[in-house]
Design a protein around this ligand. Structure first.
Ligand code: UD1
Ligand code: CA
Length: 472
């Protein structure tokens, strides 16, 4: 019985990305590439998983530690100098080969930059390896534009002979369209024996993992190729253009999953849903909506165009109108948000509450059925149930040194153009007259008003107009 360990090569610099961030930490649909590779390896391997890190090791290690509970068990090994893919796999020897024998008979090897690979394809590759009883099985595909990839050289009976890198290829070899995807299943014993004898004889002076194919062939061992026709799945991300291609493909995949689960995505090509987001059935996502991070959208919600929701929870039946920015908010059922609302971190919108046009909220609880419909800023504020916040209300929560709290109890009515100078409390059922600056607590059921008494000067406007007229 074959058993399978796995190794992910994630140590390369990714020079062609021209980035300060290690390549494998670049996100696709909101998650770093290395996450996809590690999750895939963990799902298909029944033995140890080794992740080889090197360039930006500290950053990659920190990320992996963060995700440990979701991806474990795996081992991290370091390739201090990145001398090539063959050298990278060699670093995993201590994990994949015990004191005397391999921890698993076969080893799945994955490039760190092919996040679109699916479990289905890897399982088919493993099956092909088993059934052909090969020593090495490589995953290949045919590309119309194979530039940059290693080419698969086959013999007269179409048997695999070797892999030749683009930079080392002759003109004839460059015309080969079948490419090495960078995914291999190899007999573990053969793998480490052959890596020991690998030589960096190529244009780049690197230890190429791909040379083990030619080595197996020259020893008379069987090498098979499993050909996939899904060329999207095999994208290896070397530069930003590849990254954008992979992003588009991944997003379409994610949209497809949610549509299969009963979500209406009006235009999937213009909707982006991160990999960790969930969306309830009968929700409708209009074009140019972005759902990011760990956002959860309930059932029967409507999210209109140009709205971005990050790491937020949205209950059932919520409507979010166009052009809202929502980050780390918790919105309960049947609430209505927007258009043009900005919900900043630590905001809770209780059931059936409404937040309308040009309203900014930060660290706010807006109680059940309460409304802040127009042109307001509320910060560090607790609002009870059935409260009406009039247009142009501002909580003055910052005195230049520290943030203070405003408390507005149930059934309060705040008139338009009110400023509340925190810390301050407006008691249950109180009313604040329009244009008031609230500087002290307002008792329950009281009317708070702070505006100069209005004076009407009879005929003064007309006199002013007439005198101007005379001057002309
Ligand atoms: C590699 C293959 C090529 C294949 C292509 C598929 C080799 C020699 N070539 O080329 O045949 O068509 O992938 O996408 O393997 N890495 C390390 N340590 C190193 C060097 C690389 O961990 O010292 C890692 C990288 O982080 C990356 C992976 O190995 O995740 C592949 O390296 P990369 O430089 O992208 O190889 P390609 O030129 O794409
Ligand atoms: Ca690559």
């Amino acid at each position: 019985m074959n058993t399978v360990s796995a190794v992910i090569m994630a140590a390369g610099q990714g020079t062609r990305m021209k980035s300060a961030i290690p390549k494998v930490l670049h996100p696709v649909a909101g998650k770093p590439m290395v996450w996809y590779m590690a999750a895939l390896a963990r799902r298909v391997a029944d033995s140890a998983v080794a992740i080889v890190i090197g360039h930006g090791a500290e950053q990659v290690r920190e990320y992996l530690t963060q995700e440990e509970s979701a991806l474990s068990p795996f081992s991290v090994v370091e390739q201090v100098q990145q001398l090539g893919t063959g050298h990278a796999v060699q670093q995993a020897r201590s994990v994949l080969v015990g004191d005397t024998q391999p921890v698993a008979t076969q080893c799945l090897i994955l490039n760190g930059d092919t996040p679109l690979l699916t479990e289905e394809t890897i399982r088919a590759l493993l099956d092909a390896h088993d059934s052909s009883q090969a020593t090495v099985t490589i995953l290949t595909t045919s590309l119309e534009h194979p530039q940059g990839y290693g080419r698969v050289v086959r013999g007269s009976e179409s048997q695999v002979l070797s892999i030749v890198e683009d930079r080392d290829a002759t003109e004839l070899e460059k015309s080969i369209q079948e490419i090495n995807v960078g995914t291999y299943v190899v007999n573990t014993r053969f793998l480490f024996e052959s890596l020991d004898t690998l030589k960096p004889q190529n244009v780049q002076g690197e230890y190429y993992l791909t040379d083990i194919v030619g080595m197996a062939v020259s020893q008379g061992l069987r090498v098979s190729a499993f050909v996939t026709t899904d060329t999207n799945e095999t994208i290896g991300i070397n530069n930003r253009e590849h990254l954008a291609l992979a992003e588009r493909e991944m997003r379409q995949r994610v949209c497809r999953v949610w549509m299969q689960n009963g979500v209406t995505v009006v235009d999937p090509s213009r909707t982006s849903i991160d990999a960790d987001v969930t969306v309830g059935r009968d929700s409708v996502l209009y074009p140019d909506v972005r759902l990011e991070g760990r956002t959860v959208i309930g059932e029967s919600c409507i999210v209109r165009s140009h709205t971005r929701i990050t790491n937020s929870t949205v209950g059932n039946g919520v409507t979010i109108q166009d052009c809202c920015v929502i980050n780390e908010a918790d919105i309960e059922q049947d609430a209505m948000i927007g258009p043009f609302a900005h919900l900043r971190p630590k905001v809770t919108i209780r059931a059936r509450a409404k937040v309308g046009n040009f309203v900014e909220l930060k660290q706010v609880e807006l109680g059940e059925g309460s409304k802040a419909n127009h042109l307001s800023y509320l910060g560090n504020t607790e609002v009870g149930q059935s409260v009406n916040i009039g247009a142009g209300t501002i909580t003055c929560n910052y005195d230049g040194y520290k943030k203070e709290k405003t408390i507005i109890e149930d059934e309060v009515f705040i008139g338009s153009d009110t400023q509340l100078i925190a810390p301050v409390r407006v008691g249950r059922g109180a009313m604040i007259a329009a244009g008031t600056t609230v500087t002290q607590d307002v008792p329950p059921e009281a009317l708070g008003i702070s505006r100069p008494v209005q004076l009407n000067k009879e005929g003064a406007a007309k006199r002013k107009r007439d005198s101007r007229h005379l001057k002309k």
